[in-house]
Design a protein around this ligand. Structure first.
Ligand code: HEC
Length: 142
């Protein structure tokens, strides 16, 4: 009985802490900073509306690739190469990684995951380093 109460207490405390954390995270401000980074570092290839260039630079608008946050963090920091199929189109190029700090990675990902019709939960700066360590299948760094 005590164990159960303890478990319930721990679970509700965790939920409370997590939800207050997400509430205090200002997604709008993060996206605003991310837009500046996007325009300076990503837009030349992925284009103003995230539409990319068919067959050359994959789109970031309306792609299910953006769901996997561990992969996204690696793509931005370590780059990516190898064949990929995005929205039915094959890409086989390469993209070098960027040197951005954890806040900047969080901001630029929050921007692309919540623009042009995309909708994703915020990626917090504290999630960047753990994401780099997580295993991701079918991923080749630059
Ligand atoms: C010089 C051009 C260029 C720039 C600048 C660039 N990318 Fe890319 N990006 C590419 C190419 C090419 C690919 C596809 C690589 C492949 O086919 O393996 C790609 C792929 C991607 C993917 C999908 C890859 C996957 O495996 O999920 C994401 C997400 C992405 N880029 C985000 C970004 C972000 C964010 C920035 C800015 C910080 C950025 N890119 C800057 C060229 C670029």
């Amino acid at each position: 009985m005590m164990k159960k109460i303890h478990l319930i207490f721990t679970l509700s405390l965790t939920t409370l802490v997590l939800s207050s954390f997400y509430q205090t995270f200002d997604l709008k401000a993060s996206m605003q900073r991310g837009k500046t980074i996007y325009e300076a570092q990503c837009m030349s290839c992925h284009m103003a509306e995230g539409e990319g260039l068919e067959g050359v630079f994959p789109p970031l608008a309306k792609t299910d690739y953006l769901n996997d946050k561990n992969r996204l963090v690696k793509v931005v920091l370590r780059g990516v190469r190898g064949p990929m199929k995005i929205n039915g189109v094959e890409y086989n190029g390469e993209m070098a990684g960027f040197s951005l700090n954890d806040d900047e990675v969080s901001d630029v990902l929050n921007y692309i995951r919540n623009s042009w019709g995309n909708k994703g939960v915020p990626i917090l700066p504290t999630e960047i380093q753990p994401a780099l360590k997580a295993t991701t299948k079918d991923y080749q760094p630059y």
